[in-house]
Design a protein around this ligand. Structure first.
Ligand code: FAD
Length: 363
């Protein structure tokens, strides 16, 4: 080694920010619904005037009327665009990215490492995250879209080979705490005539029916994406134009002084309220997640399932898949108490979570 470069970057917990954004919207008057699927579009005189929605929990269908409908369904935007205009060209190319999670001692210290060029020319990161090390990622074009994507064997091989080359010791399969995959919606180069490409990062399309589609983009640019799409929605719905507030808007949980409890720090200003709830015990010895947090997720964060709590309110599934499987019955019990559910629901929840989480266990 003859030299090195150090640079600074931002880091966050994506699911926590998504939850805090939803809570911010709620506080500003938005009506949030989870576990509701958009099944089809309602049209009047060729214009979209709402959606047919289905409550996935009860199976009940209902209509939601709206002046503007925004299709922000990630890699699935083309399905709704085709429901609107069957001849629509696909605009999304799906790219899968896989991450492996290892114990912290594989990368001691607080700094991440970036490998700018692997043997096949890719960039690779190893980043300290929630007292673990997350290693990624891959960039694999896929033709299939799934709500629960799975890492391919060659993606895992690539990450394991490079982990052995750059980390403090060679990881063995039993060292891997979790393997997870995500799908990036990348905008195809061409688009069509009415494409309004507002930046290199994201694309907004307005169909002849007025259906607004936003896709591409990154977490890094989410405020700009929101501003651009809401500005277009004002035009489509004929609403009064008001300047977007996002630039000055603090997100729910914002604090001026850092929360001293490291584990509760991602909750920001909610940390004190969580601490005041009964249930300081952990749900599993290998996980930081407490009984009080699960209660909080159910009461304040619309958690409806064991998967919500272990994957999207906490990151237990991504931090230690085997421990999260073992924790599932305890979480189901607390949730059942909070949501007024019975034994049958608990058993079904644990079985569903176990089947899902097996896909995160390294084999
Ligand atoms: C591996 C990977 C690494 C990344 N790294 C970075 C990074 O370092 N920095 C960065 O800024 N960004 C990064 N990103 C990008 C960022 O995560 C994406 O911008 C984001 O996931 C796409 O956001 P989205 O809201 O468009 O789609 P999604 O997050 O996919 O959300 C779409 C939602 O729509 C829902 N949905 C789909 N169909 C329907 C329907 N019919 N009815 C109701 N709901 C529906 C889905 O369930 C989903 O919740 C990364 C992405 C991946 C996959």
């Amino acid at each position: 080694l003859t030299g090195g470069v150090i640079y600074h970057d931002g880091q966050f917990d994506d699911a926590r920010l998504a939850i805090h954004l939803a809570m911010t919207a709620d506080e500003l008057g938005a009506k949030l619904v989870n576990y509701v699927r958009c099944v089809s579009l309602i049209k009047e005189d060729g214009k979209v005037s709402g959606i047919e929605a289905m409550d996935v929990e009860s199976g009940r269908s209902f209509a939601i009327r709206a002046g503007a409908v925004i299709n922000a369904t990630g890699v699935f935007v083309d399905e709704l665009r085709r429901a609107d205009e069957p001849s629509s060209e696909e605009i999304v190319a799906v790219s899968q990215g896989v991450h492996l999670v290892l114990p912290k001692d594989f990368l001691p210290g607080d700094s991440a490492i970036m490998i700018p060029k692997t043997a096949d020319g890719r960039v690779l990161f190893a980043v300290p995250w929630h007292d673990r090390v997350v290693l990624g990622t891959t960039d694999t074009p896929l033709s299939e879209k799934s709500l629960e994507p799975r890492a391919l064997p060659e993606e895992i091989d690539f990450l394991m080979t490079h982990a052995a080359r750059y980390l403090s010791r060679d990881p063995k399969p039993e060292d891997v705490l979790s393997v997870f995959a995500g799908l990036r919606p990348l905008v195809k180069a061409s688009g069509n005539a009415n494409t309004a490409s507002l930046s290199r990062d994201h694309t907004i399309l307005i169909g002849d029916s007025g259906l607004i589609t936003i896709t591409g983009g990154k977490w890094t640019t989410y405020r700009k994406m929101a501003e651009d799409v809401i500005d277009r929605a004002e035009e489509v719905a004929g609403l009064e134009k008001v300047p977007c507030r996002t630039m000055e808007l603090p997100v729910h949980g914002a604090v001026t002084e850092e929360v001293s409890d490291l584990h509760l720090r991602p909750y920001g200003s909610d940390a004190a309220a969580i601490q005041s709830l009964s249930g300081a015990d952990r749900v599993h010895p290998a996980l930081d997640l407490t009984v009080a947090e699960v209660r909080w997720h159910a009461r304040e964060e619309m958690a409806r399932t064991v998967e919500d709590v272990l994957a999207r309110r906490s990151r237990a599934l991504l931090l230690d898949a085997r421990a999260s499987i073992e924790a599932a019955p305890a979480v189901a019990e607390i949730l059942a108490e909070e949501l007024g559910k019975g034994a049958e629901w608990r058993v079904a929840q644990v079985a569903h979570f176990r089947a899902l989480a097996q896909g995160y266990v390294f084999r």
